[in-house]
Structures are given as structure tokens and as C-alpha cells.
Design a protein around this ligand. Structure first.
Ligand code: GLU
Ligand code: MG
Length: 449
């Protein structure tokens, strides 16, 4: 494993050792896709590592199909300006599954020389700074599920064998190559397992600082798709490809460190400490608004259904897969954290993590209380807990004009809502059924999620 370079000098010397011929200068768009430019390595290390490159700001207002719904900030009148990519050379890494290629992420600067307000990395950076200003460093991990498919997008299996080490053994060469490629790109793979869907897989990666985890998550998805294709297969992170099968989630684990020590560690068994309770209180306070960041198209909210292991109500618990926020709180454990379970695998990890950090930070700033711990089956007995939005219009209504939207920035939030409103209109025309997933929907999302 070559790892992630700590500096341009380290990236240059790792690049030379691996005979890199091309560097991908990468920037995540609003849909969580990696876009950017391929630059000859000699040119990159001679100049582009400092000078950067330009790219059209249209990428921040694209929908999943690269159409451009009406947008008040980026449009024909503004002229689809170039924005400037500034390489963050401490994200440089080698892509071992494609010998000769390296990749580096870029910050995005607008025409005034400021962080671009629509760039997902800018939105996340602001919330990381907010936590740091309070002396807290967020530590984040994402857990991703996806379906492995044939070239016609049918699943590679017709049955479920959760976590089997025997069934589906014929898929192991593909999964091995995925784990190896992720490790090669500096992503700390913990394990992979068969999930509770036919051909559904989960691969877990270790925790890191929030920006590294967001970078790693978009790269993870790109690498998994590339390896599937190298094997003549496909992978999809569409959150609910088939109404009758499990959805694919992006669970997000967060904790905070203070002076390099887990600030949730002095919890008791099953009893989160005060800081953890306030963080949790913030997540629950903003949970409805957060739904849009985790389910930005008409398909994502279809995951939020009873008995699917996706949450349906705003609640928290301990080791319970029917709650929204699962607390891992053990006496003195450095692994104490909160798992937030509502987002689908198509979520943009920068925006989702930014929303979670904003919500948690607000909980700490306002001493919010998460209410009582929920035990047992929260699908059958949700009590008086508020249901999460179950369709896109509901998710848009919860986010639009919310306190969370304000905290993430007015320009970003208005632009994001207008993209989602265009999805609401398209779904009304092409699949008004809030429970069914039809061919239009799969054709729109299965490849690009
Ligand atoms: N597939 C479920 C979801 O869509 C999650 C299953 C699990 O608990 O890992 O959220
Ligand atoms: Mg899972």
C-alpha cells in the first residue's frame, strides 16, 4: 500500500517509484461524482501541482444525467464560468489497479479567489473549521453498500446469503481486486461481506479525519465501479434499485477528538457522556433536514421503509439496527461513536458529512438533549417519534429554509434545493409512485449513482 502522500515531495517520489505517467486532478461534483482533468505526470510535477487547472462551474449544478436544471447562480447569463482547481497535494496517491496513474484532489476557487460556495469540498471545509474552532476534531467513517450486477444491470445473484463465506465464492476474485485496489489507493479496508440482497456487498473502510473520509468515499465508489468493469461486471450505488430488495446505505460514523483523545471515551456502558448526548441531540434536531443530503433524488427516500434495516423515525438507541442514530458507548472505549443510518449510498459524502457535523456542532453549541433512548423494534413501536420524510418532496420541504440549510450556506442550499426540485418534477412526470421503482428510474440512476 503506497498510502496518501504527506507532501508534494513525497507524492513526487512515490510517483517516480511507481513510474506514474498520468495524474488525475480530481474534484467531486454536487452529485458526488469525481470529475477533473488528466495531466501528464511530468507536467503535473513540473508546474500543475502549483498552478492547478480550470474547469467549468456547470459541474456544481448538474443533475445525475449532466442536464442543467434552472439555477439562479450558475446559468447561461452567468456564462458557466471557469473555476480554478488548486491541487491539495497532501491527498496525492497512486492508483495501483491502473498502473501509471495517480490521483490528487483539488480545492475549488471562484472568480473572486474565494472557496467556491457550491463546491462540496468548500461546504465540508467550513463545518470542519467550525468544529476545530471549538477545539474538537471530527473523526468520520462511511460504510457503503452496493449491488454487483451483470452488464444488463441485473444482479449477479438471484438469492441472499448474508455474510456467507461459501455462497457466491465465484465473486471473490472481483471482491479481492476491489479490496486490493482500495488499499492501493490509500484507503484502509477493514473487511468486505455479502449483504442482505442478491449480489449486494458491503466493504468497510477505517475512520479518518472528515475531509479524508469524504475524499476516500468518492474515490471508493469510483474504484469499485472501475474494478467491476475490469471484470466485465457493473456496480451500482443506487439506493433502492428494486423496490422488493434491500436498499444500499451510506452509514456515517462520527466521533470527536480533543487533544488526540476520543472525547466520547469517558462514557459509561450504554450511557453516552454529556458531549456525546449533545452531539446526538443535534443529529436528531436536524434529522428531517439531513434527509435531503442523504437522499437527493426521488429514489433515495424509497429506502426509508419499515423492516428494511433503514430507519423510519427520528430516534436513537444502542446496538439496534432499527434506529436512526446508533450509539456505540462503552466504558472508556476509544471506539465510541455514533452511527447515522438514514443516508443512501448515492449521497454526496462531503455534503452529508458537512450536514452531520453542522447538526452535531449545533447540538453542542445549544446543549441539545436527544430525549430517551429507544429499545426494541422501532418499526412496530415508534411511539411518539417523528417519522422521517419518505419521499423527495418531503425531504426538500424539510431542508428548504431550515436552520441546517442556513448553516451550510445560503448560496449552496438554494442551489441544492433547486436541483432537487427539478428531480421532484421529473419524478412526478415519469414515476409518480412513491413505493415502486420503475424502468425510467433505473435507467436514470443505476449507472451514475
Ligand atoms: N441495507 C440497509 C440500508 O439500506 C442497511 C443494512 C445494515 O444494517 O447494514 O440502510
Ligand atoms: Mg450493511
Amino acid at each position: 500500500m503506497a498510502g496518501i502522500a504527506a507532501s508534494i515531495d513525497e507524492f513526487r517520489s512515490t510517483g517516480a517509484q511507481h513510474d506514474l505517467h498520468t495524474i488525475e486532478l480530481a474534484v467531486p461534483d454536487t452529485q458526488g461524482h469525481l470529475r477533473g482533468k488528466r495531466v501528464p505526470a511530468a507536467r503535473y510535477f513540473a508546474s500543475v501541482h502549483e498552478t492547478g487547472a480550470n474547469v467549468a462551474d456547470a459541474m456544481f449544478v448538474f443533475d445525475m444525467q449532466n442536464d442543467l436544471p434552472e439555477n439562479e447562480f450558475v446559468n447561461m447569463d452567468t456564462g458557466y464560468l471557469d473555476c480554478h482547481l488548486v491541487p491539495d497535494n497532501t491527498t496525492g496517491r497512486v492508483l495501483t489497479h491502473r498502473p501509471g496513474y495517480g490521483l490528487v484532489f483539488a480545492h475549488v476557487i471562484n472568480e473572486h479567489g474565494d472557496p467556491h460556495p457550491l463546491a462540496p469540498r468548500s461546504v465540508l471545509a467550513a463545518q470542519i473549521e467550525r468544529c476545530r474552532a471549538a477545539g474538537l476534531e471530527p473523526v468520520v467513517a462511511t460504510e457503503l453498500e452496493f449491488y454487483l450486477c451483470n452488464p444488463d444491470w441485473s444482479p449477479v445473484q438471484d438469492h441472499i446469503q448474508y455474510s456467507s463465506l461459501t455462497d457466491g465464492f465465484e465473486l471473490e476474485p472481483v471482491l479481492y481486486d476491489m479490496r486490493t485496489a482500495l488499499l492501493g489507493a490509500g484507503i484502509e479496508v477493514e473487511s468486505s461481506n455479502a449483504e442482505y440482497g442478491p449480489g449486494q456487498v458491503e466493504i468497510n473502510a477505517g475512520p479518518a479525519d472528515a475531509m479524508t473520509t469524504a475524499d476516500n468515499t468518492v474515490l471508493f465508489k469510483s474504484i469499485v465501479k472501475q474494478i467491476a468493469r475490469q471484470h466485465g461486471l457493473r456496480a451500482t450505488f443506487m439506493p433502492k434499485p428494486w423496490a422488493e430488495q434491500s436498499g444500499s446505505g451510506m452509514h456515517v460514523h462520527t466521533s470527536l477528538t480533543s487533544g488526540a483523545v476520543n472525547a466520547f471515551a469517558d462514557s459509561a456502558d450504554g450511557e453516552p457522556n454529556e458531549l456525546m448526548l449533545h452531539w446526538l441531540g443535534g443529529l436528531l434536531e436536524h434529522a428531517s433536514a439531513l434527509t435531503l443530503l442523504g437522499a437527493p433524488t426521488s429514489n433515495g427516500p424509497k429506502r426509508i421503509r419499515p423492516y428494511t434495516f433503514a430507519p423510519t423515525h427520528i430516534n436513537w438507541g444502542l446496538d439496534n439496527r432499527t434506529v436512526l442514530a446508533r450509539c456505540i458507548a462503552e466504558q472508556g472505549s476509544a471506539a465510541n461513536r455514533i452511527e447515522f443510518r438514514s443516508a443512501g449510498a448515492d449521497a454526496n459524502p462531503y455534503l452529508l458529512i458537512a450536514g452531520i457535523l453542522a447538526a452535531g456542532a449545533d447540538g453542542i453549541e445549544r446543549d441539545l438533549d436527544p430525549g430517551v433512548l429507544c429499545e426494541g423494534d422501532m418499526y412496530t413501536n415508534p411511539g411518539d417519534k417523528t417519522p422521517l420524510p419518505t419521499d423527495l418532496a418531503g425531504a426538500v420541504a424539510a431542508f428548504s429554509g431550515s436552520a441546517l440549510a442556513g448553516q451550510l450556506g445560503d448560496t449552496f442550499s438554494r442551489s441544492y434545493v433547486s436541483i432537487a426540485e427539478a428531480e421532484v418534477a421529473l419524478a412526478a412526470e415519469n414515476n409518480p409512485e412513491v413505493d415502486d421503482v420503475n424502468d425510467w428510474e433505473r435507467a436514470r440512476f443505476i449507472e451514475h449513482c
